[in-house]
Structures are given as C-alpha cells and as structure tokens.
Design a protein around this ligand. Sequence first.
Ligand code: FAD
Ligand code: FES
Ligand code: FES
Length: 1463
Amino acid sequence: MAPGLELPGGAAAAAAEPLVFALNGTRVELANIDPAMTLLTYLRTQTTFRGTKCGCGEGGCGACVVFLSRYNRNSKRMEEMTINSCLTLLASIDHCAITTTEGLGNQRTGLHPIHERLSGFHASQCGYCTPGMTMAIYGCLRKCAPATTHEPCHENGHEKQRGLSGLTDVDAERAVSGNICRCTGYRPILDACKSFASNVDLEDLGINEFTRASKGVSLPPYDLSLDPVFPQFLLEEIDATERHVARYQAWVKGATGNASAMDESGQVRFIHVESGAGGADTQERLWITATKIEEVFDAMAKYEGERKVKLVVGNTSAGYYKHVNPEVFIDISQVPELLSIDQDAYAIEVGAAISLAKLIDLLENFQPIKDESHLHDCEIGFRQAEGTGVDSIALALASHLKKVATGHVRNRGTVGGNLIIAQQFQFPSDIATILLGAGASVKCLGKRGNHVLLEESSLEDFLAKGIPGNGCVLQSVRIPLTDLHKSNKGDDTLGNSSCCSRVMFKTFRASPRPLGNALAYVNAAFFARVSTPKEEEGNNPTQNVIEEGRFAFGAFGTKHAIRAHGVEKFLSHKAVTPSVVLEALQLLKIDVVPSTETSKAEYRVSVAVAFLFEFFRPFLGAAAITIPKVRSMHQNNIKQENGVKKWQHKNQLLNKGKQTFTPLDDNYPVGQPVPKMVAELQASGEATYVDDIPSPENCLHGAFVYSQEAFAKVQHIDLKAALESAGIVTYVSALDVPPGGKNVSAATIFHQEPLFATDVVEYVGHLLGVVVADTAEHARKAAAKVVVGYDTTTVGPPVLSIEDAINQNSYHQLHWLALNSMYPVGDILNGFAGADLIIEGAEVSTNSQKHFYMETQATLVIPDEDGCMLVYCSTQCPSYVQQGIATCLGLPMHNIRVITRRIGGGFGGKVTRCLPLAVSCALAAYKLKQPVRMVLDRNTDMVLTGGRCLTHTKFKVGFTKEGKILALQAQIFWEAGFEPDFSNVFPSFLMRGLRKYDWGAMDIDLRVCKTNKVPTTAFRGPGHTQGSFIADAIVERVASELGMDADEVRERNLHTSMSLGRFYGPEITNEPEFVDESGEYTLPKLWARLKESAKWEERKQQVERFNAENIWIKQGLAMVPCIYMVSSYSNVAKVSIYSDGSIVAEVGGIEIGQGLYTKVRQMIAFSLSQLWSQGRGVDMSKIRIVQADTISLANTGMTSDSTTSEGSCAAVRAASEMLVARLRPIKEKLEKEGITGELPWETLIAQAAFAADLTAYAQWTPDAGHYLLYGVAACEVEINVLTGERSILATDLIYDCGKSLNPAVDIGQVEGAFVQGIGFFMTEDVEMKNGTLVSDGTWTYKVPTVDTIPQRFHVELYNGPAHQHRVLSSKAVGEPPLLLAGSVHMAIQNAIKAARKENARWCAQPNVEEESKHNTNIFRLDTPATVDRIKLLCGLDNVESYLEALVRMEQQPNTDSSVKTIE
Ligand SMILES: Cc1cc2nc3c(=O)[nH]c(=O)nc-3n(C[C@H](O)[C@H](O)[C@H](O)COP(=O)(O)OP(=O)(O)OC[C@H]3O[C@@H](n4cnc5c(N)ncnc54)[C@H](O)[C@@H]3O)c2cc1C
Ligand code: FES
Ligand code: FES
C-alpha cells in the first residue's frame, strides 16, 4: 500500500504502489517504469548523475558500481553494499538509498576524501574507471563502520553511529578486486585504498601528494560521520508503509475475514508496453513484487509457459545471459520462505534468496558444536598436526566463495539464482560444485491445487533432474558442515582396527585470474573420511584408509557439476598409496569428460587430475617416501581470533610498490610530480566524456548491422522486422552517402577505407549499415532483427590465418616508409660462417591484444546551420574524424567541427578505428537532420575494433659457444586483417624493436598478410612490442641450446654505441651509422645498475635453491632490456591570457589519460614565469587547458607514438614565449614607472590586456625526427606446476626518462604500460573461431586485475643526460615500458624449464636420459603465457609421471635411480 492511502473507500481503486527510493539523498518516486530497465540505464539516461559509467554491462569491470543502503525490516538493521548498477533492475530498489560518486561530494560543496586521495596518489589517468573505484573503496570503508541499528522514525528516528575501525591493508586492497583499470596498473589505486587502513604507515605507500614535504598537504582525513546517511524520509515511509499495511490488513480482516484479500503484493506493479509502427512487435513487460510464497506460485501459474518468466533477486545472471529478455519479472526478494536462515550444530540451511555475501558471512562465523574437543582432535588438530592445509568445511566453502565473481556481484547474487543457472543453463558454477562436494541437499516448493508441496532432494539429484515441475521454486539449501554424527572415535565401520576417523574437506579452482572475477576452467570439492589403523594390531600406522569420499568436479565442460562415483567407489576402504592414487586418477578420466565443444579440454582434465592428487598428496607421505616441501597457491590458514576461527589467506594480495626518481627544480614547475589535472573531478564523476554530454532534443541513437560471415556475397538484407520494431526511425547504408560524398570512413595519408560493405562482406564485423531509433536499446534490438542473407559458396574460402595467407599468397603492399626500414645490417653469410652453432627452422608467434579501453567508442553528432556538423567524438585524432566525415559527406573540412575533451582510454584503438562509428553517426545525422548518438556496447566494440596485429616468425640464428650471436635471418609474417589500416607502415616499428640486440648481421624478410578479419590497428607500442619479444624469444632459444642463463646471453649481445649506430643509424640519421655524441646510450648503465639494485646474482641462487626444494611450485627469473625508437611530430598550440590573469590553452594533443594536459599546464607556468627573475610568477591554478576543437585549431595530427605530450609542451612553450616577448616591454615599462619590487601577474595582465595581443598561436617542429629510449626490467615469477597458474613475485624496472617533465605522471605511465604489457604477455588471449571473435567481453577476455600485477614493483626513473634536441631534455614514456613486460614471459619460460627438468627426472628411463634432458630446455611458448599453455609445457600428465615414479620406488625401493632423485 502506498503510504498515506485512504483506507476504506479508496482501497478498491488503489493504484499500483509507485517505486520510491533515494538517489544521493533526494527522494525519487516513479509511478511506472520498464521492468527491464537497469539502474545504470536509469541513472545515465534519466538523471543528471552521469558519473556512474558503463564499461561492460556484464558485471565484469566495476565501472558502474554504486552504493546501496536498505533497511532490513526483520533485523531492524541497515544493510549496506556495493552493487553493479548495470545488473540491478531499477524496480528492485524499492525503498533503498542509492549513492553514486556524485553523492559523496563534489567540487563545489566539497570533495570526499576518497576523491582527494585518489587524486593525491596519482591513481586516476583516463578517469573512466575512477567513479567505480571510488564507490568500491567507499563500500569497503563503510564495512568498517560499526553496524547501525536504524529503528523506524517514530522510535526516535535514525541515529547516526560512526567511527572507522579495523580496516586492514588486506581488506583495503581487496576492495577493488572486482574493478578494472586499464591505465594505472592498479598500484596507485591500491595505495589510495590502503591509506585508509589502520595498519598502514603513509610513508610505506607510493608516491603521493601528502608526503611531499614541500607541498605541506596533509592526507585528507576521513570522518565517517560526514558520509551520506540513510534518508530520514525513507525510514518514515518504510515505517508508515508497515503501519498502514498492518492497519489496513486488520481492517480488511474485520470486513472480509481474510487479511490478504485486498493486499496489493503479488499484483502486477509495473507494466511497460512498447510496440513498433502500427502496433507491430508489441511487447508487454510486467513486474510483480511477491511478499508471500503463494503469490509467487500464483504468478507463475498465470504466466509460466505463455510468457518468459524470471524470478528476480539479484538479476546478476543477466550479466552472462544477456539476451534472455524476460517478459514477466517476479520479485522474490521479500518472500520469507526464501530468506530463512536456519543453523544447528551440524549444518546451515539458507533460503535460496540469500546472497552469496551473506552466506560467506554465515560460514565464516559458523560455530559447529559447543564441545569442540572432539572436532579439534579429528578435524582441526589433525590438520594442523599434519600440515595438510585442509580446512574446516565452513571455512573452506567461505574461502572458495570469496573467489566467486566479484564482491559487488556477491552482494546481490544469490545461492538459489546460482544453482538454478547451473542446473538449467549449464552455467559453470563454483557453488554447485562445492556444495555438491559438501553433501548439500535442497528443498523445492510447489503448489498442486491448494496444497503447497515440499520436495527435498540431494543436490546431486537436483542438478540431474532440476526443479520438480512447473510453478516450483527452489526454496533452500542445506549444507552439512560437520560430519560429527559419523566421525566418532572408534567408529565401527573399520572394526577394531580403526583408531580415529577424520574428516577432510578441500575445494579447488583453476582460473585465468587467482582471486576471482574469472570463471573456473575446472573446480572441485573433495570430502573424505579417513582413518588410521591402530599400531598394535600389526597394521601400518602410517597408512591412511579412505572410509568414504565425495569427489565433486564442475566447470570442465559438463552440463553441471558431477560426482566422480567411479573414483569414490574405488577408493572406498582403500589405503592411500601411490598406486591406489594413480589408479584413482585413471578412473577419474572416465568420469571427467568435457563435452565436445569445450575449449582447453585436455587442460581441464589434467587439472582435475592434479586437484585429486593434491588432495591426497599429504597422505602419500605415509608411503615411506620423503615428499619434498610444497607451497601451494591454494593453501590457506586458520587463525584463532578471540576464540573464533577466522580465515586467513596465504595468497593475500599485499602489493608493494616503490618509486625512485629525482624531482628537478631547474624549470619549476616542470619536473615536479604534480597530480593529474582534474583527477578529483574524474573521481567525483564531474568530468564529462562523450556519452555524458546530455542528449540534445530529438536525439536519436544508432546501432550497427555488420557481417557475421568472414567472406560472403550479400544476397539480401531483410529490414522488415527491424523496421517494425519499437522506436525505429530508419536504416542508413552506403546508399545514403550524398552526391559528392564517398562511401569511406578513413581518408588518411596511408589509405582510404570503405565505410559500408555493399555486395561482398570481407570479414566478421564488416559494416553493412546503421539502424537508427529513439533509444539506444531500441536501436540495438532493431539491429538484431535485420536479417542478412549470405552466399558463402561462390566466393571461395576465407583467409583466416597467417598460414592461410601464405598458402593463398594474400598480402598487403608495404608503404615505402616501411620498405625503407627493412635494410639488412652486416654480412649475413659471413656471420653464419663464423658461428659455432646454428639453429634453423625455429618459430615463435605472438597473438593479438584487444584495447579494452574502459570507454568504448562513442560519438554524438549534432547537425548545425549551413550544412555544418558539430561532432563530439572519443578519438585520438579529431583531424582524422573531421577529414573522414567531410569526405563521406562531400563537405569541406571547415563544415565539420570535432570536439574532444578527454577520452576514457585509447591505447591506439581510437586513432583510426573510431572513424567507422564517427562517420556512420554523422551520415545518419546528415540524412535525418537530427542529432544522432552512437556508443558501442563492449561486445560490439571488441568485435569491430581490431586489436594488435598477430605475427609469426621463422628464424635462423648463428652464435658462438659463448653465446655471442653473429647472424640472424628471419621471415616474419604480420597479420593485418582485411584493410591495411597502419599495417603497411608499422612493420618498420617491429624492425626497431627487433634491433635491440647486436645480432652481428641481420637480414629480415617481412610480409604483411591480408586476411578475412577485422583490420588490426595501432596498439600501445605497435610493432616494437612484437619485435622486442621476438628478439628475446630468439635469445632465449640460443640460451636454451647452450644451457646458459638467458640473461647472460642478453648481456653478451647488448649493443655497444658502435653496433647501436649500425643497427639504428640508417633510420635515425639516414646515414649508415650514427654516433652517440651526447652519451645518450644509457642502456648498458641501466643494465648494470639494475643487476645491482635488484640483487640479481643473489636472487638467481635463491631461485635455484627454491626450485631444488619444491616440486610443484617453480620460480623463474628474467632480465630484459628495451630499445624504443620514437618519432617526433610537429604540434600546434594556442595560449590566451584573459584580463583577470587567467589563462587558457589549446593544444594539438588529446588528453587520453597520459597526463598531457597536466604537463602542458606545467610548461605554460614555467614559460610565462620566465618574465620573472625567480621564474615563479605564474601559478598553475590560473591555467586551464581546454578541449581539442578542429575549428579552433586546424590540422592537429594524431595523439600517438608517446611523443604528443612533449610536442604539445613544446608548442605551448613556443606560444608562451611569444606572449613573454609581448609582455616583457610592458612589464619593464611599468616597473620603470615606479612599481617597486616585481610586478604581480594580475597587475601586469590588467595593464597589458588592452595594450597587447594576448593570444599566441605556435607550431612547433622537432629538430630531430627520431630518437631512442632505453629501459630494463627484472622479473621474478612463480608457477603452479599442477594448474599452470602464475604470479609475478617481483618486478624491478629502470627507465631512462631524461629530465622527466612530471615524475608522477611518468611513473604512472611506466606502471600502467607495464601492466598492460602483462596483459599482452600473460593474460589476454584473443580467441577466434572461423573468423568470429570468441573473446568479446569480460567473461572471455581477461585483462590484468589487481591480483595479476607484480606483488613487489620497484620503478626507477633514471635521470638521463641533458639533450639539446629534447623538450627540456625530457624523453617520451607512454609506450616503451610495455615492452619490458616481456620479462614476465621470459621469467615464466625459465620457471617452466625448471618444471620440465623436474618432470624429466621422474620420467627418466635408462638410455634416454640425455635426450630428455635436452628436450626439457627446448620448447616454444608463444604469447600470451596462459595457464593452459604453461601447464601443457610442464606436462599435462606430470602428476601421473610422478606417481609412477613413486610406484616404481615402492616396488623396487633400492634400484630406481630416477626416484632417488625425487628424494
Ligand atoms: C561478473 C560475474 C561473475 C561471476 N562469476 C561466477 C563464478 O566465478 N562462479 C560462480 O559459480 N558463479 C559466478 N557468477 C554467477 C553468480 O553467482 C550468479 O549470477 C548469481 O548467484 C545469481 O543469483 P541472482 O540472485 O542474481 O540470480 P538471478 O539472475 O536473479 O536469477 C537467475 C535465474 O535463477 C532463477 N531463480 C532465482 N531464484 C530462484 C528460485 N528461488 N527458484 C527458482 N528459480 C530461481 C531466475 O528465474 C533466473 O532464471 C558470476 C556472475 C557475474 C555477474
Ligand atoms: S558496467 Fe557494470 S560491471 Fe562493467
Ligand atoms: S584510469 Fe582507470 S581505466 Fe583509465
């Protein structure tokens, strides 16, 4: 009942209760809403709060995180949590308070300390993730607030209880583990989080504004009492509603004898109807809020079967099952039967609507039995004594659950929802598996006639059979948590011989990322009751006997989690010996069989086997064998805290960073580590990106129709269904290009690219047209209804790989610029002739990488008078956008005004690949004479924006026995995709990367393959990254052949200044050699410095020792150099001074997160301050750098190649110097006229404003086109030989940044680039199937998250020598450090070598020892080093080999030499 509703009389006509909630403290009441609308869509389209961003719409990135508070009527407590607004349905937030980052504070009324600290720790670059990060941190801080009891208002209202307590650094770090940042590399974000923890010393955190002595800025204090509170009006309304309902029901009961007769719950609350033209395609969506289980049954009986019904609690499954489109939403989140929590000494029974977060909480605080003595003996005590790492069932489940999804998802997602999708839709659930292993059972409720039926079954039966019938719901899950009733001492199952039976329970998961937010490749949960026979009976007291076991496996490509019954039966009453375990593993392979379509099937099976082995491994110690020490990444500890068992993770994050640099005062404020401009606004959500610009009136929205085939003739395009769908306006295609225009998107100097396909589609993602509708959702839906008929039979097979391209001779032409860089060096024949050894026919490949900028491609086009267009575009190159649109529409460029204020990440993906979207959007706006907005969803963005190019290399290398390389010959294939984009020039960059070693002589043949795939494009460090990796892979191969350490071979082949000149000279100076006159070649110095600072030799020995002592965890080390050649381009700038002294500047570069505007600001302050003798007259706060605007500044070029910041700085410096020249005489005149001391800036400008032209425009052209950059990195990794999982233990990196313009910004670039490199080299696997992208979103594409970065990361900015040709002797930094992440890959290779060496020992048989030793070193690891590739190289059957060795030893204890080596 709506509050305040009149009782009798009005009751029968009562309207559906409106949705009431608070948004940033303000009451919102919505009478009718679309049940399918998410909170995020509502926020972004119907409110002014656009701070909350959409990065994926899948629950996988955290950009959309907001804070939800609600009052729990039962417990009378507030519940507070972070949630993904992209998954939360608007209708489900009734009487909740939603706080977005804007609600925490803003620039005008005061920022929140989180905003300020994120800025002060330099933790925001492009800023697109920052609002989500802010809210994730806020959620973590609020968890530390003492629980607040909010009594309804009539009982003295809502009382604030505040005070931060007990936030630890570990909790703080975990706060953002469900959020993605593509720019910063996370370290500064983690430091900002940790600055709130009570056990952290600010001095131990990374570079920040608050410890800089000169600044005197202290850490903004956090006072919980200033946080937003749950609004009083909501409490009053909740209270009033409750009292009204009670009174109303009493009245109804009095009148009708039935308390619920007139209750509105269970009725349809919201109806949304939409239909296309003439009533076609009508869809009706209903929302029903149920408060009683009967209402759920009634609603299901009414609608199930006829309409698509969804029971809703968290709605988080919508992140995975995005296209289900339910029609009837039944909100079951308030049904008491589904919210029950029942626990006794043995088990917890939770209602299906209980959230995963709540379940974790219950499990962590589960107190099994009052008398713990027995349990202690048989469970905990046993485990601790044996050191098995086995944990109590409750804690093991809780620990596993913490790796399910993200904290934000777990706050809303429920146990029931998970089990249902696991059962009905084959979701690779963890929860189904671990509860199956724990022996859980479920209850389902249904209704037959007037009877409510309750059916109880084991979880196993439920998974096999599902919900018992239509109209049934899953009511609860019972999880047994002790096995006490069975595990009594002297249990007679073992007769007299049993001494003590003990319960073991352990869960496992292997996934691309360790801490979750990644589905498991395989998961498992094992329960076993184990007994040890009595000694006096003549039994072997060290043998453990399995009384019974439950072995559950899931996610391996199975319909649902299963129990390995064959294994269970086999093991029953067996003593655990190597041969028994080996046989069990063989049997397991009969039970664990992935379905045919499963990816990485062999890997999954091998990990399942490894899990079972790991479970039994502690017992194999009983087989009289010394088992070497194993440190498992999965192990956890239990610690006692105030008598309560608490979970403690051994693999907790605790990343630590150290940054070393020298701030330089000479050119103040240039050289100072000042925070990024407007970082606070990025955090508070006030910074505007393209999709945040409010839509103009009549704004329409576009969605692409693109080819789903790799190569086909287009037979027909059927638009009927699309043109009948709701909100449709029109379809735009090549036919709409106006006369005089061209069907092109890119019109650059390198090539012209068609906009829309016409007769033939050449790749999946080839654009066919744009559907335009009134909303983005309608446009997307209509686009999905366009039916394209393809003929694939007459065009021949598509070219889908480098191999296909070679076979079909399908190549792009190289641009002359690239051809010029293919020069051979030295005498290759002579080089090979002098070699002691030659490797021939070796190969290595690099995969692609997707940009995954957080802000997807976005454009808004507003037609203006006289055929002009105003275009807001997220682009790295507004000039290209201007040129592309002008060419397509046949208009002069001056008609097209492109404005770009900032972009939410680009990394090269918004240089040319923004053009198809921008030009299509402009074409649609031109056709309709209406504003049109287009923003790609994440999946479409990933399909349409080709990433980094792929390469394949075949090489021949000759070298001496000492590891000096004398000759390199290689054939390199570069896969461009269908259009050349930049691939006709970028191969020259690959050559630059490849030349980083002195190969003696070098001769490369490079071909650019043309395939039927979406064009690849620029990506941070294009070409260089692949070239540098290929070079290291070659060195690694040489080292393996020689049995040497690869870093020694690297050192031996580092360039001298002479060889550097031979390899790079022709490109740098157009001379065959160049001479390093200024001593800029610092690489050998950096190498030596790093070896010392990273304690290299010592660590090598440590790693060797570690590897000797550990079988299943191996470590690896690698040290890698990089040489990067950048090109400088001319740049333009305009600087204007207003009469009040404020300054505005425009530059050619775009702020893409790299801190360009910040450096420009520093440079202007420095340059204008030259008017004063002390050089400090102009304060940076007076300077504003404004958006790029192609009408204001013409021909600005592109933001790329790392050098745009310095180019823009140089241009503003030139413009500022012009202004200084104009101001100086005025200043001198004024000073002569009697002003004592130096004139303040404001006074000078007030006088000068009307006496001189205070706007200056300058174009800067670099003295030298190219220069070289140097860096080195040393990396230490650890791999889990059982699962292939890997972690980066430490990275030490030195980068020569010259005289850094801003060390804070530059360190941010180094760290961010390195971590993006970790993605390329380790985690980001681009998978294609028949030309279609498989890894098209956060579920399948894994960019690094906080748990993948180096645990210890030391970055030093080396203060390189001064150089007259550089901008204030600075050097570029944006891209080169990405190459240094190659050290991660090389270190993994070394860890694999150690694992293979170990494995070879177990497999070793007489006579083949020599051969197997050789093979251990020689293998090929392409990029990225994913877990499955690592495991494959370590040996998919390494566990079996090991056990076979143990068995051999068991059988012949004194003869098998291979086994001796194990001991
Ligand atoms: C980013 C992300 C990552 C994830 N990672 C993992 C992971 O690693 N491991 C894992 O196990 N899970 C993972 N999940 C899945 C997550 O656990 C589930 O989405 C969540 O538990 C579902 O609960 P819900 O309340 O949101 O369900 P909803 O989405 O609301 O409902 C899901 C389905 O269950 C039905 N349903 C719900 N309750 C009942 C009921 N009581 N009776 C009958 N039918 C019902 C609904 O009709 C619907 O069909 C992930 C989810 C996301 C979004
Ligand atoms: S947008 Fe919601 S998690 Fe990515
Ligand atoms: S700052 Fe995090 S995504 Fe750009």
